[in-house]
Design a protein around this ligand. Structure first.
Ligand SMILES: [Mg+2]
Length: 174
């Protein structure tokens, strides 16, 4: 039960994860969710820490790509300011846009990881696209209203997975 919701790794925040983690897992492409993973949905330009993280990843030779379910203007403004490529209106948990992206960019699934704060959208989408996924906690308390329904499902499943020891912390050796 809930097998498709079990992330490969878990972190409190993407900002906690050392770049070495991605490198040691052979990750060359990072698909990062925007709202509540990188920054609040209210921000139209990236926070300082988002800029620092992106620069560290790029310096390590890792491609950074924002994949968001949010609409064009918001995602375009943010991603352009951050200086990264992006997909808006991705429709996660559907995976067809992500699969198409992997093909177009020639990203190998085994070298690609998705990072996101939601089980129902991010984790499910990554599983369907055949790539690994790192689940995070949301970084700010407020959500856009469209996310509230997802959280109702997310919360009990997350609690269950945690109780069963199925949320493997990123720093765990394996
Ligand atoms: Mg999100």
């Amino acid at each position: 039960m809930f097998k498709r919701f079990i992330p490969d790794y878990h972190a409190a925040s993407v900002y906690d994860v050392e770049i070495q983690f991605f490198l040691s897992h052979g990750i060359k492409n990072l698909l990062i969710d925007l709202d509540n993973t990188l920054d609040s949905y209210k921000l139209f330009s990236p926070s300082k820490r988002a800029v620092v993280l992106k620069e560290k990843l790029i310096a390590a030779g890792i491609n950074v790509f924002i994949i968001s379910n949010n609409h064009g203007p918001r995602v375009t403004a943010y991603a352009t300011a951050l200086g990264v490529e992006y997909l808006h209106s991705t429709r996660k948990p559907f995976a067809y846009k992500v699969k198409r992206l992997l093909k177009e960019k020639k990203y190998r699934p085994e070298e690609t990881m998705l990072v996101g704060d939601q089980l129902i959208t991010d984790v499910l989408c990554a599983k369907r696209a055949g790539i690994r996924v790192l689940l995070t906690e949301k970084i700010v308390t407020e959500d856009q209203w469209t996310t509230h329904f997802n959280r109702l499902l997310d919360r009990p499943i997350r609690r269950y997975l945690k109780k069963k020891g199925r949320l493997k912390e990123w720093m765990t050796n394996d």
